[in-house]
Design a protein around this ligand. Structure first.
Ligand SMILES: C[C@](O)(CO)[C@H](O)COP(=O)(O)OP(=O)(O)OC[C@H]1O[C@@H](n2ccc(N)nc2=O)[C@H](O)[C@@H]1O
Ligand SMILES: Nc1ncnc2c1ncn2[C@@H]1O[C@H](COP(=O)(O)OP(=O)(O)OP(=O)(O)O)[C@@H](O)[C@H]1O
Length: 275
């Protein structure tokens, strides 16, 4: 039996840091939305052991460090399964980019294995142990408010959104981005945020953005270019370096993405929609 699925990217429509915890993580308040872009994952049950083949963008890490491999090991270990798994991952998303690529691959692996080999395992706990963003992807939610360190999820209903994403080709690790933050704020005003989206006048913070711009100035250039392309609600996603803006239609997003790609041929630029 084989399962094939898309490991969708996310963007953060707002990210507030409430404070640093004793365990080194931060209490956050964020709205995460699933996009129609992603990596492709194929999962098949097989002989004992985990085997992973990665194609597409180069990650430069050994297979055992890949979150897909770690998710499969964790799931099969938790259900004491004698069977193994063959995994094929085709990477389309840039890594360490604020799009949750690795986390989404891990979440998709857990979902695929839960379908192929149902077992009484605590999927949410396995997901949280793999990373703060993994619980969102393990539930395959279109949109959610995420609190705690990202694992406390409240599903949200949002209007469909058209976006343009731009990444300047610089990797930013989440650990570094959190390490740059010196000041903390209050919780997100989610009802105001949702009302702003509906009016195409969105206003949401990203408390990681100023620290990343200070250390990785090209992120400031990406934000300015997205604003210059007429996009609304321009922000960095998560820990960066991908930034995004909202367009009022699919055609407007495609036009803005084409203009940006022409002006910045070295950047990774995509039009996307939520879903
Ligand atoms: C920036 C976001 O993408 C927003 O959705 C996430 O908060 C990051 O989630 P992630 O990449 O899954 O992060 P993890 O792999 O759990 O943690 C990587 C590192 O980021 C920092 N980290 C992460 C999440 C969090 N709530 N507080 C943190 O301080 C910690 O230094 C941690 O060692
Ligand atoms: N399948 C994977 N895809 C991408 N990165 C992976 C994967 N497995 C492990 N990693 C490691 O995880 C690191 C973070 O990658 P990822 O793409 O998840 O970051 P991100 O987009 O910043 O995610 P987030 O928004 O969750 O912080 C990479 O630098 C890479 O070394």
């Amino acid at each position: 039996m084989t399962v094939q699925l898309t490991a969708h990217a996310k963007v953060n429509l707002g990210l507030s840091l409430l404070g640093r915890r004793g365990d080194g993580f931060h209490e956050i308040d964020t709205v995460m939305v699933r996009l129609d872009l992603g990596d492709q994952l194929t999962v098949a049950l097989g002989a004992p052991g985990v085997r992973l083949r990665v194609a597409g963008a180069e990650l430069g890490i050994p297979p055992e460090e890949n979150l897909v491999y770690r998710a499969a090991e964790a799931y099969l270990g938790a259900c004491s399964s004698a069977c193994g798994v063959d995994l094929t991952l085709v990477k389309h998303l840039p890594a360490a980019a604020g799009l949750g690529g690795g986390s989404s691959d891990a979440g998709a692996t857990l979902r695929a294995l839960a379908q192929l080999r149902p077992a009484a395992v605590d999927l949410a706990a396995l997901a949280a142990a793999l990373g703060s963003d993994v619980p969102f992807f393990a539930r395959d939610l279109p949109a959610a408010r995420a609190t705690g360190r990202g694992e406390v999820l409240t599903p949200l209903e949002l209007p469909p959104l058209h976006l343009v994403l731009a990444n300047p080709g610089v990797a930013v690790s989440a650990r570094d981005a959190y390490g740059y933050v010196a000041r903390y704020g209050g919780p997100l005003d989610v009802p105001a945020l949702v009302a702003g989206l509906a009016r195409y006048e969105p206003d949401y913070p990203n408390d990681l953005e100023p620290g990343v711009i200070a250390r990785v100035p090209v992120v400031g250039e990406v934000l300015a270019a997205l604003r210059g392309a007429g996009l609304r609600g321009v922000r960095m996603s998560g820990s960066g370096s991908t930034c995004f803006g909202l367009a009022t239609s699919a055609a407007a997003a495609a036009r803005a993405a084409a203009d940006l790609a022409r002006a910045h041929p070295a950047w990774w630029v995509r039009a996307a929609k939520t879903g």
